[in-house]
Write a protein that binds this ligand. Structure first.
Ligand SMILES: [Zn+2]
Length: 277
């Protein structure tokens, strides 16, 4: 089993989610590899368990797609409560390779947009501080969780096809190594629900992808981005056996996940990782 779904929150989560009853706690997927790391909390949320109406039904985590701001705020509060976190940090994702560090000093410069904080625009968030979840919003793009259990550092990377072309996941591993002395050889990684090889058709790939990525085609014009990310993480030094690809395609499972390709006008799912205590 590459992953499991948690439908029943822990007692601690119930306490944290003041004002929320059990049915208000949204379910989320986890990686079995990351679940064994002491002090780490993480979750790939689905579209279930929120308050947004169609076409954002129901756990939409983005204010930028036309949904009611009030509904999104309530959804984000539920996401935070589900993981028992005190803070969530997100940023405007720009399909680039900018990495933002979430530390005690940088936190003060972030803009408050209750119930969360906004870092500068970028596509990777890195932290070692406690009770602060790193939030990436997705609907077909990948959220890539990276963890060094010994250095107690984690990262959340937004990687769509432009991110894959720029190798933002590999660059974040390298950044963790250089800046925080993380060792890729002991790091763990998990890739959440995203566009699968079954549905990733790129008819203009000759213009969009460099030739060294063309061999990730599974049939003409269809690409395996899960294999591409695995390859980039291994190249960055993470052992293959430490990488968990959940293998759930957002386009194939539109009733469970938001899919931009599948629906266009839709919500964004939350993927969150952070340290507790
Ligand atoms: Zn698919």
């Amino acid at each position: 089993m590459p992953c499991e779904i948690w439908l029943k929150p822990s007692t601690e989560t119930e306490t944290k989610g003041a004002g929320l009853c059990m049915s208000d706690i949204p379910p989320f997927l986890t990686s079995t590899k990351l679940s064994s790391v002491p002090g780490l909390v993480h979750g790939f949320f689905t579209r279930a368990g929120g308050v947004s109406g169609p076409p954002y039904d129901s756990l939409n985590a983005s204010w930028s797609n036309g949904d009611s701001a009030q509904a999104v705020s309530e959804n984000l509060s539920r996401i935070m409560a589900a993981l028992g976190l005190e803070r969530l940090v997100s940023s405007r994702q720009v399909h680039g390779d900018v990495i933002n560090v979430v530390g005690e000093s940088t936190l003060r410069s972030f803009k408050a947009r209750p119930p969360i904080l906004l870092a500068d625009p970028g596509d990777a968030l890195v932290t070692g501080i406690s009770d602060t979840g790193l939030l990436i919003k997705i609907a077909d793009c990948q959220s890539v969780f990276l963890v060094d259990p010994e250095r107690r550092m984690c990262a959340n990377v937004h990687s769509g096809w432009r991110g894959s072309v720029q190798n933002v996941a590999g660059k974040t591993v390298e950044y963790l190594r250089e800046r925080f002395n993380c060792l890729p050889g002991r790091m763990l990684a998990a890739v959440g629900p995203s566009l699968g090889p079954c549905c990733a058709e790129y008819v203009n790939f000759r213009n969009e992808f460099p030739p060294d990525l063309w061999h990730f085609q599974t049939r003409p014009a269809y690409f395996d981005f899960w294999a591409m990310t695995r390859h980039q993480l291994v190249e960055a030094g993470i052992p293959n056996e430490n990488i968990d690809i959940l293998g759930r395609c957002t386009v194939c499972e539109k009733s469970t996940f938001f899919s931009y390709r599948g629906e266009r006008d839709t919500g964004r799912m939350a993927a969150v990782i952070g340290w507790k205590g």
